[in-house]
Design a protein around this ligand. Structure first.
Ligand code: GLY
Ligand code: MN
Ligand code: MN
Length: 435
C-alpha cells in the first residue's frame, strides 16, 4: 500500500480529532513464546492502519494543527549490532524519508518530548486497556504535568476506538484490492487442499497444502487453521488437526490468509472420499441454500441482521423438513431451537482483523449495510455424534460454507469467487490431484 494511502487516513482521523486534540497509538510489542523464542511479530492493526510501519517499540502521535509538525513517530534507533542479530530497522530518519511523517524521534526520547506536547492540548485520544504498559506511562506524564504547578493539563480522555474503527469499517479501493488478493490466494489454497484430500491422509497434511500455498505467495495464515474431519467437523474452533481422514468422512476446512495485514476467511466442507452420502448431501445443500439466502440480503439498505435472519429461516425450515427439529417453524425460530445445530452468527466484519472492528448496532438499531463494508457469510449446521433425539444417520455431520463479500453500490462483490460451492462442483474437485 502506498504512503499516500496512510497519509489520507491520518488526515481523515486528524479532521475528526480537531485542533486541541492529541492521538496516541502504540505499536505492538514482541512477545516471548518460550525461552529466547518470540512469537511471530504482528503489528497492531490500528497502528498499522495509520502508519504502514511494521516494527515493534514505536508510537504514533497525531497533533492536528501543531505548527512544528502534526504527525510524529517515535521508533527504534538504527543500531548496527542489533540489526546484525534481528534485521534492519527503519530508524527516525528513515521514517521521515519513507513513511511521510513530519518528524520522528528515538523511542527512548519519548518521556522528554511527549509531555511537552500534551501540555499544549485539551483532549487526549487513546484507547485505554489495550497496551497497559503504555497506559501507565501516559498516566505518569499527565500526573507529572499536574504536579508541576502552572502547566496546562489535558482534561478530556477519549477512546480512539469509536472514530478509528468507524473509519476502518469502510474499506477504500486500496484496501479492497488487498482483500481481493488475500481472498484469491486463499481460494487457490482451498482448491489445492480439496484436490489433494483423500482417505488415509492426516488433517495436518491437508493443513500443509494451505500453508505451502500461503507461504509461496509471501502470506501467512490469518488465524489458526481449522481442519476437522469426521466428528471434528462439529467442533467450531478445532485446532488439533491431527486425525487420520477416513473414507466416508466430511472434512471442514476453515482457513484464510493475511496479505499486507488484510485477512481472508474461507470455509469449505467436502467428502474426503469424493462423494457425499445422502445424509451429508442433504445437510450440505441446506447450508448452501441458507448461504444463498443470506448472500441475497447482502446489499446496501439492508440491516446487519438481515442475512442472518434469512439463514436462520432456511436452516430452521430445512431441519424441520429433515425431522431433525420438530414443531412449527415460526415457534422454532422464536424459541431459537436452531441454535442447538447452528450456534454462531452468519458472519462478521472482515478487514485487517479477521473479526474486524466496527459496531454492529448504532443507536440500538442494527446497522445498515453500505458500500465498502466487508463481511463474511458463513452459515453452518453441526450435529455431533451422540446427539440425543436425532437419528443416527445425521451424527458426525458438520457443515459450514463461508465466503467473503464487500458491499457495493448495487449489491455485493464476492471476493472469494472461483471456489467450488455446490455439492457437484465440490465432488468434482476433491481428490482430483491424486487421480
Ligand atoms: N475463522 C473464524 C471465523 O470463521 O469466524
Ligand atoms: Mn468467519
Ligand atoms: Mn472462518
Amino acid at each position: 500500500m502506498k504512503p499516500a494511502e496512510f497519509a489520507r487516513r491520518r488526515r481523515q482521523i486528524m479532521r475528526m480529532i480537531g485542533k486541541g486534540g492529541v492521538a496516541l497509538l502504540p505499536s505492538a510489542t514482541t512477545k516471548l513464546r518460550n525461552r529466547d523464542v518470540a512469537y511471530e511479530f504482528r503489528q497492531d492493526s490500528d497502528f498499522f492502519y495509520l502508519t504502514g510501519f511494521n516494527e515493534p517499540d514505536a508510537l504514533l502521535l497525531l497533533a492536528p494543527g501543531r505548527e512544528s509538525g502534526e504527525v510524529l513517530l517515535f521508533c527504534r534507533e538504527r543500531d548496527a549490532v542489533r540489526e546484525t542479530w534481528d534485521g534492519s530497522r527503519v530508524g527516525p530518519q528513515g521514517a521521515i524519508d519513507d513513511y511521510g511523517v513530519d518528524d520522528a524521534f528515538p523511542i527512548g526520547d519519548i518521556d522528554d518530548i511527549a509531555p511537552g506536547i500534551l501540555e499544549q492540548c485539551d483532549r487526549v485520544y487513546h484507547t485505554i486497556g489495550m497496551h497497559p504498559e503504555f497506559d501507565q506511562r501516559l498516566i505518569g506524564w499527565v500526573g507529572a504535568l499536574r504536579e508541576r504547578g502552572g502547566s496546562h493539563t489535558p482534561d478530556e480522555f477519549i477512546s480512539l476506538d469509536h472514530l478509528l474503527h468507524d473509519l476502518r469499517l469502510y474499506k477504500s479501493r486500496a484496501e479492497i484490492s488487498a482483500m481481493r488478493r488475500a481472498a484469491k490466494i486463499a481460494v487457490n489454497a482451498h482448491r489445492r487442499a480439496m484436490a489433494a484430500a483423500r482417505p488415509g491422509l492426516y488433517e495436518y497434511e491437508v493443513e500443509a497444502e494451505f500453508l505451502h500455498e500461503f507461504r509461496r505467495h509471501g502470506t501467512r495464515a490469518a488465524y489458526l487453521p481449522i481442519v476437522g474431519s469426521g466428528p471434528n467437523s462439529c467442533i467450531l474452533h478445532y485446532h488439533a488437526n491431527d486425525r487420520r481422514l477416513e473414507e466416508g468422512d466430511l472434512l471442514l476446512a476453515d482457513v484464510g490468509c493475511e496479505y499486507d495485514c488484510y485477512a481472508s476467511d474461507i470455509t469449505r466442507t467436502f467428502p474426503v472420499g469424493g462423494q457425499f452420502s445422502d445424509s451429508q448431501r442433504a445437510i450440505y445443500d441446506l447450508v448452501l441454500r441458507a448461504q444463498e439466502a443470506a448472500l441475497s440480503r447482502c446489499e446496501p439498505g439492508r440491516h446487519w441482521n438481515e442475512p442472518h435472519e434469512a439463514a436462520v429461516e432456511v436452516i430452521t425450515e430445512g431441519l424441520r423438513r429433515l425431522s431433525i427439529l420438530e414443531g412449527g417453524v415460526k415457534t422454532l425460530i422464536k424459541e431459537g431451537a436452531y441454535k442447538r445445530f447452528f450456534m454462531h452468527r452468519t458472519g462478521h466484519w472482515l478487514g485487517m482483523d479477521v473479526h474486524d472492528v466496527g459496531d454492529y448496532r448504532v443507536a440500538d438499531q442494527w446497522r445498515l449495510l453500505e458500500p465498502g463494508m466487508a463481511l463474511t457469510v458463513e452459515p453452518g449446521v453441526y450435529i455431533p455424534p451422540g446427539s440425543r433425539g436425532v437419528a443416527k444417520r445425521w451424527w458426525g455431520i458438520g457443515v459450514r460454507i463461508e465466503d467473503d463479500v464487500v458491499i457495493t453500490r448495487d449489491g455485493h462483490d464476492l471476493l472469494t469467487r472461483g471456489l467450488p460451492r455446490t455439492a457437484d462442483e465440490v465432488e468434482a474437485l476433491v481428490g482430483s490431484r491424486a487421480a
